[in-house]
Design a binder for this molecule. Structure first.
Ligand code: ADP
Ligand code: MG
Length: 616
């Protein structure tokens, strides 16, 4: 090995993945070409865009992607004039896990039975590594646009790779595959063309197959799929295109393809994924819908949709922008603002329409409902359009329900929409907060996503009915008689309430008797003003004030424990310690921890032993 060659080890997981890709899979080997060509096309697009915004760079010479089979040398070379990779990028992007989906893919593969594996690989993108399905050695020579030097990355796919200086005359990348003996079919131009037509026809860069000594043949037809009339596109073509733009492997749940005429003209081909993406990039909150101008890819950072529709994938292509549109222009151009508005409106009307089929819509809602809800907080102007799209779990009906359906089921005399904010999906059946409502058949909606702590206040009402958190303030349920409304004699709790209040001074803002409980003795509520309990908890966790002392402790006057305590108080007993235990119990039922878990455990242990707790 010459001195200029550096040897590197692959990241640990890559080794395992390589092994799976290369040895466990066989039948769909041809997709290696789709992966390499897609990378070449991405790099070409990226160089073109970089050249538009950086005067020091030139655009790709002819923008072609060349596939060069050489039977004598038994090599297949994929060449592009794209952005290229610098030395550190070669090591990083080809030498470590490049895709967020890779880890999940390798797990799925390991879990799948042998028979399922071949079809899996066709669905997933496995990226650059798929080259090792057909090659026993891969050399990548790359020169980054704007750089003077080029580098050669080489690997046998067995745990390590080398990096050495290269001599590429221009920016771009050559991927040279030294084909395995059993992979010679991929040196046949006809076979290559067939694979390109099947997998990469929607790539807009021209792909040519150039066997030495023969004419170049066109690989793809290079039609921008979105420019074709709908009647000429079948579902398979849509799905293939979706998988390419979204880096996805599922089928789209919705496909929206339309041409807008008028003040601003554009063509849009958008997809709502059928599955949640594998590992959404942390913190990624911007829409990645691609902006093309006259077919040419410009950027996927134009924010064509609001962030609460960021799961939508696809392409918008317009004639109404200049090709060299800059980032600043993207912010301010009125044409783009009109496109954003039109595209958002179209996606919303599609969702509204599809929401009529409850079962079909449930698939969508379970994947992306929490994201849509962000729009209630962020997009004041769209709130009234978003509200009818919301779906909830309910304390009285199975499955998902809408606000409109809730309103239609409201009890006589009920003029508020009741909801419970809780982290756990089973809170509707478990939470003591809901007991009194269940007993009286008053419906409560469950809000269990993170974002649910924020939007109900902003939405305020639906169909003139106020949204009301059942943990906020005292709710008078006495008007709703039910089959199993609380019965039994209520203790006179005035003295007990006063004693508890004195004992818990500084720990809660109030103590009161409630009729919202049935089986539980105590519950926490928030005062009639200020943030909801769940919100208080979030703020506390974020270190933003709101001590637990904002909460109200409510007691159930019909509960045996409360009746007994009222009697013990009347007999002159000091309940100070018991008051603290009651508060801790209420916190635990609410999914919180006791204020001092050690002291709490000691008191409970002592109570179980029938003794006084030793003093702290
Ligand atoms: P993905 O394309 O999903 O990111 P790949 O494994 O196919 O994953 O590629 C990893 C990365 O290597 C790419 O994201 C890109 O940065 C880089 N890369 C691969 N091929 C090329 C190429 N022909 N030109 C420039 N960069 C490339
Ligand atoms: Mg790729």
């Amino acid at each position: 090995m010459s001195e200029t060659i550096e040897k590197h080890e692959f990241g640990a997981e890559v080794g395992r993945l390589l092994d799976l890709v290369v040895h466990a899979l066989y039948s769909d080997r041809e997709i290696f070409l789709r992966e390499l060509v897609a990378n070449a096309a991405d790099a070409t697009d990226r160089r073109r865009f970089a050249a538009l915004t950086d005067a020091a760079l030139s655009p790709p010479a002819d923008g072609k992607i060349r596939i060069v089979p050489d039977k004598a040398a038994r090599t297949l070379t994929i060449t592009d004039g794209g952005l290229g990779m610098a030395k550190d990028e070669l090591a990083r992007d080809l030498g470590t896990i490049a895709r967020s989906g890779t880890r999940a893919f390798s797990q799925t593969l390991a879990d799948a039975s042998a028979g399922d594996r071949p079809s899996l690989i066709g669905q997933f993108g496995v990226g650059f590594y798929s080259a090792f399905m057909v090659a026993d050695r891969v050399e990548v020579t790359s020169r980054k646009a704007g750089a003077e030097e080029s580098w050669v990355w080489a690997s046998e796919g067995e745990g390590s790779f080398t990096l050495a200086p290269g001599s590429r005359a221009e920016a771009g990348t050559d991927v040279v595959l030294h084909m395995k003996e059993d992979a010679e079919e991929y040196l046949e131009p006809m076979r290559l063309q067939h694979i390109i037509r099947k997998w990469a026809d929607h790539i807009t860069a021209p792909i040519v197959i150039a066997e030495a000594g023969t004419e170049e043949v066109a690989g793809n037809q290079g039609n921008a799929l979105w420019r074709k009339p709908k009647s000429e596109i079948d579902e398979e073509a849509y799905t293939g295109f979706y998988r390419q733009v979204a880096h996805a492997f599922d089928k789209p749940w919705a496909t929206l393809h339309w041409r807008a005429e008028g003040a601003t003209e554009f063509t849009a081909l958008l997809f709502v994924p059928g599955m949640k993406p594998f590992a959404p990039v942390e913190g990624e909150r911007e829409s990645r819908v691609r902006l093309h101008v006259r077919r040419m890819f410009i950027t996927d950072e134009a924010g064509l949709l609001p962030s609460w529709l960021r799961f939508v994938q696809g392409v918008v292509d317009t004639e109404d922008l200049p090709l060299n549109v800059s980032r600043e222009m993207l912010q301010s151009t009125p044409a783009l603002a009109r496109i954003r508005k039109a595209v958002t409106g179209r996606v919303l009307s599609e969702l509204t329409n599809r929401a009529k089929d409850a079962e079909d819509y449930a698939t969508f809602w379970e994947n992306f409902g929490p994201v849509v809800k962000e729009g209630l907080v962020e997009d004041g102007g769209r709130r009234d359009e978003i509200a009818p799209l919301l779906r909830f779990r309910s304390s009285t009906v199975e499955g998902w329900t809408s606000l409109a359906d809730y309103v239609s089921r409201m009890k006589d005399g009920q003029d508020e929409i009741y909801y419970l904010i809780a982290g756990e999906p089973d809170a509707l059946t478990r939470s003591p907060q809901v007991e009194g409502f269940r007993a009286r058949g008053v419906e409560v909606l469950l809000l269990s996503d993170h974002v649910d702590a924020f939007w109900p206040e902003q939405l305020g009402t639906f169909g003139e009915k106020k949204l009301r958190s059942i943990t906020q303030g005292a709710i008078d349920l006495s008007g709703f008689a039910g089959d199993s409304a609380p019965e039994g004699e209520a203790a006179d709790t005035d003295a007990l309430v006063a004693a508890l209040k004195a004992a818990l001074d500084g720990e809660v803002s109030d103590v009161r008797s409630t009729d919202r409980l049935v089986d539980s003795a105590v519950v926490l509520a928030s005062a009639g003003y200020g943030p909801d309990l769940q919100m208080q908890r979030l703020l506390r966790r974020a270190g933003r004030g709101f001590g637990a002392d904002m909460a109200v402790l409510e007691i159930n006057p019909r509960h045996a424990l409360i009746r007994a305590l009222a009697a013990r108080l009347a007999a002159g007993e000091d309940l100070a310690e018991i008051a603290g235990t009651l508060l801790d119990l209420a916190r635990i039922q609410d999914g919180d921890t006791p204020r001092d878990p050690t002291a709490f455990a000691r008191r409970v242990a002592a109570a179980l032993a029938g003794a006084e707790a030793p003093a702290d």
